[in-house]
Design a protein around this ligand. Structure first.
Ligand code: PMP
Length: 360
């Protein structure tokens, strides 16, 4: 019954599909729809993938030894606290499958990441979506929603599609309130883009909270969305449970090699942040100049309030060769989410938005 009720995840429109639909050239299309890194993969990552290519016959290292070792060193955690995933979505699913059954409730926020209700309903559990506060997570209300049946709580920091963030004191007060039988998943998919110290680092709370799992990904700031690799960090007991339910070889050999190289390429991450900072400013300035408001964001994307239904504007932008993301399915019918792109891509979006908004 849970499966029949759930709505499938809707990905950003692929460039090739739009090109076919409107007879456009793929190179003329700007895609700012899926919070990918506009820089493309780092040369070091491409070289690592090329070096891994000659050996595709044997199964990959099913335990991801080298990548876990590198992550453990980088994060200051033990290797047995790390779970690797086929994207961090895999981690979100593994933790749900390992711990949640049809008798349980799973809490998340309104306007939070679309995969939380999917993984919850897929195991037949009850999804409890808590009203947001200023578009962001209302952790006080989320803690108040805990019942005897609550098994898991998903929190995204920063959140997608809103870009909102949770500050340190709020998170600390929340974690202190959650009973230990409830697992808290702190989804930090965008954490590498955070440049202010008001946003807490989930890793700082793992020692104190054995019911905490922090998930991260190589899809965003590391620029590896296509290769599908993410990870979870938790106490060893949770990691052990995830390891029991995961598919053997859930992370492929090219992904292991790519992630390891990405982790070592600090310069790429620094440049990604710089580009994101400048692009965010460009988008905000452009929106302000058009009299539009937006939800302040700590991610690599911005939810812009069009002050009217966004669906027709989204369609009109497609005809201009600009793909962004409508977020009506997140309960945000007047917003469009745009990913920070290269300066020229941001400008293409802003110019096209101005044209289609004027046209009505
Ligand atoms: N969490 C959040 C908040 C996200 O926005 C995304 C990507 N859209 C993910 C997790 C999953 O990303 P991936 O599976 O590529 O790691």
């Amino acid at each position: 019954p849970g499966v029949q009720k759930l709505s499938p995840y809707v990905p950003g429109k692929p460039v090739e599909e739009l090109a076919r639909e409107f007879g456009l050239q793929a190179q003329d299309i700007v895609k700012l729809a899926s919070n990918e890194n506009p820089m493309g993969p780092s040369p070091a990552v491409k070289a690592a993938i090329a070096a891994a290519l000659p050996e595709l016959t044997r199964y990959p290292d099913g335990n991801g030894f080298a990548l876990k070792q590198a992550l453990a060193e980088r994060l200051g955690v033990a290797t047995d606290s790390i779970t690797l995933g086929n994207g961090s979505n895999d981690i979100l699913e593994l933790v749900t499958r390992a711990f949640v059954g049809p008798e349980h409730e799973v809490i998340f926020s309104d306007h939070a990441f679309a995969v939380y209700p999917i993984v919850t309903q897929a195991v037949g559990a009850k999804a409890v979506s808590v009203p947001a506060k200023n578009w962001g997570h209302d952790l006080v209300a989320m803690a108040a929603a805990i019942t005897e049946s609550t098994r898991l709580i998903f929190i995204a920091n920063p959140n997608n599609p809103t870009g909102t963030w949770i500050e340190r004191a709020e998170l600390e007060a929340f974690l202190a309130k959650v009973p230990e039988r409830v697992i808290v998943v702190l989804d930090e998919a965008y954490t590498e883009y955070v440049e202010t110290d008001d946003v807490p680092n989930g890793m700082d709370y793992l020692a104190q909270y054995p019911n905490l799992l922090v998930s991260r990904t190589f899809s965003k700031a590391y620029g590896l969305a296509a290769i599908r690799v993410g990870y979870g960090v938790s106490c060893a007991a949770i990691a052990d449970a995830l390891n029991r339910v995961r598919q053997p070889f859930n992370v492929n050999a090219l992904a292991l090699a790519a992630a390891l190289a990405a982790l070592q390429d600090e310069a790429y991450l620094i440049e990604s942040r710089r580009l994101n900072r400048a692009g965010m400013q460009q988008l905000e300035d452009g929106c302000a100049a058009q009299g539009l408001s937006w939800i302040p964001s700590r991610g690599n994307f911005l939810a812009i309030d069009l002050g009217r239904e966004a669906a027709p504007i989204f369609q009109a932008l497609l005809r201009e060769g600009v793909i962004v993301r409508p977020v009506a399915n997140y309960g945000m019918p007047n917003h469009l989410r745009v990913t920070v792109g290269l300066p020229e891509e941001n400008q293409r979006f802003l110019d096209a938005l101005k044209r289609v908004m004027l046209r009505g």
